[in-house]
Design a protein around this ligand. Structure first.
Ligand SMILES: C[S@@+](CC[C@H](N)C(=O)[O-])C[C@H]1O[C@@H](n2cnc3c(N)ncnc32)[C@H](O)[C@@H]1O
Ligand code: SF4
Length: 427
């Protein structure tokens, strides 16, 4: 992939310096490109992501016409370039579905087109999500040659019986082998685990997490199992055939996760994401800091800023409908909605309160034209659910507040006053 220009990046920062200023500045969240690959080899019973299974093709898994899909991705990228105008991208993320089912040449062609359409930082983060069941060393080398420099592997569990119960297509050994290939191929590797699984207790999770940390990861995504509407797990749960740890046990596991990862040098920088300082996912930080991102491919969402203001974009979810629509009109966008400044402020709060660094209040004012009312903030700080940090420049959720982000947003949003009209503000 061709890159242009030098990044503004300095060395990798420590957590506090990160908010003070360099490539990861909270007040300059950057611009990223998200590419959604919608196919999986098998549907996991807990998952409500936009993922589809197609049988047929050479390897019995790839029942899609990859050349046709590639042409559609390239056309949709061109459409987005016309909407955004010139920008400098600091990250690209191939998410899914299972992007590790893509051919290396497809990933290369998409990255080349992104670099042709926008400027790309010389040290841009280019991530691809991989399922251990579809990891092959040769294809990983192709991804690296294409420009991918970070992979996120969906390990989910290191317990054989639990992988089966999660409906995963791979074994523990295959997951470990995938991590070995990933770390041997890419500069940066992360992996995902799901906890609060059926039959799992605190002691079992503590030892599984210790085993995971023994691999020496620099980034981990640790998700509490969510029973998502419309999934097979929801049906099993509703009928009593699936029992998961109760709220208190799950909360204990969450607290243990914070304590264990912190001690291991990978503190949470977001509710479910842990990293060594400087190893945070720059792409996901763009979302949480309410930056700009193009989202293309079936079901992707985006937030872009145009001359007409901030826009929310949503793409057609069904893969074949999407590809047909792109062929007919150059894009699969089904919603292109202006976001009012007040709605943008709410969205920014909702995302930013997930972060340990919190929400940048100056940027909140810049984006929404609003300030949080000092009475409401003061009350929440007194209740111990909100904290003012960085000499009053940021607000973050703490204690119980980390589980009550929606309620915090509601209360802060109700207190919003128009910036400029009010002398009294938090800062
Ligand atoms: C797109 S998948 C990652 C790549 C690949 N599809 C895979 O599963 O290996 C994103 C991640 O979301 C997490 N996830 C999906 N559904 C979840 C649920 N219901 N509860 C908790 N985590 C979930 C899993 O950890 C999964 O790895
Ligand atoms: S492989 Fe990943 S995206 Fe596909 S169904 Fe399973 S969890 Fe969802």
């Amino acid at each position: 992939m061709a890159v242009v220009g030098e990044s503004a990046a300095g060395g990798q920062p420590d957590r506090l310096a990160m908010a003070e200023g360099d490539q990861l500045r909270a007040d300059q969240p950057g611009f990223g490109v998200y590419v959604h690959w919608p196919f999986c080899a098998q549907k996991c019973p807990y998952c409500d992501f936009n993922s589809h299974v197609r049988f047929g093709g050479r390897d019995g898994r790839s029942g899609w016409n990859e050349a046709r899909f590639l042409s559609a991705y390239l056309r949709e990228l061109q459409h987005f370039r016309a909407l955004t105008g010139p920008r400098r991208a600091s990250s690209v993320f191939f998410g899914g579905g299972t992007p590790s089912l893509m051919q290396g040449a497809t990933v290369a062609a998409i990255l080349d087109e992104i670099a042709r359409l926008w400027d790309i930082d010389a040290d841009a983060e280019i991530t691809l999500e991989a399922n251990p069941g579809s990891v092959e060393a040769g294809r990983f080398r192709d991804y690296r040659a294409a420009g991918v420099n970070r992979v996120s592997v969906g390990v989910q569990s290191l317990v054989a019986a639990d992988l089966k119960a999660l409906g995963r297509i791979h074994t523990v050994e295959e997951a470990k082998a995938a991590l070995k290939i990933a770390t041997g191929t890419f500069e940066r590797t992360s992996f995902d685990l799901i906890y609060a699984r059926s039959g799992q207790d605190l002691a079992a999770w503590r030892s599984e997490l210790a085993e995971a940390l023994a691999f020496g990861p620099s980034h981990l995504s640790l998700y509490q199992l969510t029973i998502e509407p419309g999934t097979m797990f929801e049906k099993l749960y509703a009928s009593g055939q699936l029992v998961v740890p109760d709220e208190d046990s799950a909360a204990d596991m969450f607290e243990a996760t914070q304590e264990i990862t912190e001690a291991a040098g990978l503190p949470a920088y977001e509710v479910s994401n842990h990293a060594c300082p400087g190893e945070e996912s720059r792409h996901n930080l763009i979302y949480w800091r309410y930056g700009e991102y193009v989202g293309l491919g079936p079901g992707a969402h985006g937030r872009i800023v145009t001359d007409g203001g901030r826009l929310a974009t949503v793409i057609e979810r069904h893969p074949e409908t999407w590809v047909t629509q792109v062929e007919a009109s150059g894009h699969g966008i089904t919603e292109l909605e202006p976001i009012s400044r007040a709605a943008a402020a709410d969205e920014m709060l909702l995302m930013g309160l997930r972060l340990r660094e919190g929400v940048d209040l100056h940027r909140l004012t810049e984006v929404g034209g609003l300030r949080a009312g000092s009475d409401a903030v003061g009350r929440l700080v007194e209740e111990g659910v909100l904290e003012s940090v960085g000499e009053g420049r940021r607000l973050r959720a703490v204690g119980r507040g980390r589980f009550l982000v929606n309620e915090l947003v509601r209360q802060i949003s109700a207190s919003f006053v128009t910036a400029g009209n009010v002398a009294e503000s938090l800062t």
